[in-house]
Design a protein around this ligand. Structure first.
Ligand SMILES: *Cc1c(COP(=O)(O)O)cnc(C)c1O
Length: 407
C-alpha cells in the first residue's frame, strides 16, 4: 500500500494490470469516501444533503458504496432510478431529474415513489392536471448563468435545453395555482466545472429570489459543478471556501423563510473522478516525420472525454518510471482520429509498457461503447487494500448477444 491512503501507487497499478489485463478501469473506494467526507465537512454547519449523480459512474458496487456513505442518488433516466433502487437506495433518497423524456417515464418514476424534478412547462402542467397536490415535485430552473468548462457541459445558459427559465416564473405560478401542485423544492444545475466560487454564489442568490415565490419548499438543490483538478496546477473548486460562503448565505436566508430549508447538492465528478485510473498497454511506438506516436490498446470507445470535450487526462508511464522523458502523442486504436493526448512528456515508452490515465472515474467507463466491435474494459474496485473484479471484460458473445441472425 502507498503511504497516501487515498492514492494508488504505480506498483499497485502495474500489479492490477498484470492480474486483470488491460484495458482496465480501477476505482479506489477510500478516495471516493475521502471526497464525500470532504464535502460533508465543508458544509457541516448547515442543513445539507448530497445526492451522488449516478451518471458519472453507475457500477452497482459504486452505487452501494455511495448509499453506505449516506448519500442520496441523483438520476437522469428511469434505468438509473431502477439501478438505484436495486443498489438499496430508498425511493425518497432518489431524485429523478430527466430532460426531454415523455410523460410515461415520469409516471413510471412516480410509481416507484422517487422524487421527481420537472424541467419543462408542458410536463409540469400535465403532471399537475393529473395529480394536483397528491404527489410533491420539485422544479428545475434555468438561471441563465454561463458557466462550466465547456459549452457542451454548460447547462445554464440562455440557449440551453435544460430547466424552466426563471423568466417563466409567472407561467409556473399560474400552473401551480390552477392545478394545486405541491412544489417542495427548487433545483438548478448550471453545468460542470465551476472554478469560480462567486459564480456559484450568484446562482444561489438568483435561487433565493425565486424561493420567495414558493410557499412550501423543503429544499433548494444547487446541482453540481464541483470541479476537480485534471492537470498539475489546475484550478479546482475550493469546496471549503464554497462551503463557508454558502453556509453563511444560506443560513442568513433561512432566517427569512418561514419553513426550515435544506440545501442539496448533486456531485458526480467530484466524488469519483480522481478515484479512477484507466490502465492501457502501449501496443506500438510509431515515429513519423513529425511525431512519435504511442498507440495503445484502447481508444475513444473506452475513454471519450479527450475527443469529445477536449478534456485533458494526465497520462503516465508506470512501467518505466525512471526512464528518460520524451515527447509523445498518445493515440488509440480506433479507425478515426483518436488522440488521448498531444505532445505529452512521458518516461520513455517501450512497446508493452503500461500507461495510466488519471481522473478516469467520472464519465469514463460510463460513456464507453463497442465502436469498432471492440470489447468494453473490465472494472476493478480497490477497497480495504483488496481488489475486486466488479465487471468482467466483454467477450465476443457480448457483441452478438442482442443480435438476431435472420440470414
Ligand atoms: C450531470 C449532472 C450532475 C453531476 O455533474 P458533475 O459535474 O459530474 O458533478 C448533477 N446534477 C445533474 C442534474 C446532472 O445532470
Amino acid at each position: 500500500m502507498s503511504h497516501h491512503t487515498d492514492t494508488l501507487s504505480d506498483r499497485q497499478l502495474v500489479k492490477l494490470a498484470e492480474k486483470y489485463g488491460t484495458p482496465l478501469y480501477v476505482y479506489h473506494a477510500e478516495k471516493i469516501m475521502a471526497q464525500q467526507t470532504r464535502l460533508q465537512q465543508a458544509f457541516s454547519k448547515t442543513r445539507v444533503r448530497f445526492f451522488y449523480a449516478a451518471k458519472a459512474l453507475t457500477n452497482i458496487n459504486i452505487l452501494k458504496l455511495m448509499q453506505q456513505a449516506g448519500c442520496g442518488l441523483d438520476t437522469v433516466s428511469i434505468q438509473e432510478v431502477q439501478l438505484g433502487l436495486k443498489a438499496g437506495f430508498a425511493p425518497q433518497d432518489i431524485i429523478f431529474t430527466p430532460n426531454s423524456v415523455a410523460l410515461d417515464e415520469i409516471l413510471a418514476a412516480k410509481d416507484l415513489g422517487v422524487r421527481i424534478n420537472i424541467d419543462n412547462i408542458s410536463i409540469l402542467e400535465q403532471f399537475g392536471n393529473r395529480f394536483g397536490r397528491s404527489y410533491p415535485i420539485s422544479i428545475r430552473l434555468n438561471p441563465h448563468i454561463m458557466a462550466g468548462g465547456n459549452y457542451k457541459t454548460s447547462t445554464g445558459h440562455v440557449d440551453s435545453k435544460f430547466g424552466i427559465s426563471i423568466h417563466q416564473l409567472r407561467h409556473v405560478e399560474r400552473i401551480i395555482k390552477s392545478t394545486h401542485l405541491h412544489v417542495n423544492g427548487l433545483h438548478l444545475h448550471t453545468g460542470s466545472e465551476i472554478k469560480d466560487v462567486d459564480v456559484f454564489i450568484r446562482g444561489v442568490e438568483i435561487m433565493f429570489e425565486m424561493v420567495q415565490h414558493f410557499e412550501e419548499l423543503d429544499f433548494i438543490d444547487l446541482g453540481s459543478g464541483f470541479k476537480v483538478s485534471y492537470r498539475p496546477g489546475d484550478m479546482a473548486t475550493d469546496v471549503e471556501l464554497l462551503g463557508k460562503k454558502l453556509t453563511t448565505a444560506f443560513n442568513d436566508f433561512c432566517k427569512k423563510y418561514k419553513r426550515p430549508l435544506e440545501m442539496w447538492f448533486e456531485p458526480g465528478k467530484f466524488l469519483v473522478s480522481e478515484a479512477g485510473y484507466f490502465l492501457v498497454r502501449a501496443n506500438v511506438i510509431k515515429t513519423t516525420t513529425a511525431t512519435v506516436f504511442v498507440g495503445v490498446n484502447s481508444g475513444f470507445n473506452h475513454l471519450i472525454r479527450p475527443m469529445f470535450y477536449d478534456a485533458f487526462h494526465l497520462i503516465r508511464n508506470i512501467s518505466n518510471p525512471k526512464g528518460v522523458e520524451r515527447i509523445y502523442t498518445v493515440v488509440g486504436n480506433i479507425c478515426e482520429t483518436d488522440t488521448f493526448g498531444w505532445d505529452r512528456k512521458l518516461n520513455e515508452v517501450r512497446e508493452g509498457d503500461y500507461l495510466v490515465f488519471h481522473n478516469a472515474g467520472a464519465y469514463g467507463f460510463e460513456m464507453s461503447s463497442n465502436f469498432n466491435s471492440r470489447l468494453k474494459p473490465a472494472e476493478v474496485l480497490i477497497k480495504d487494500g483488496k481488489s475486486y473484479l466488479i465487471r468482467e471484460r466483454d467477450t465476443l458473445d457480448d457483441l452478438l448477444r442482442k443480435q438476431v441472425e435472420v440470414l
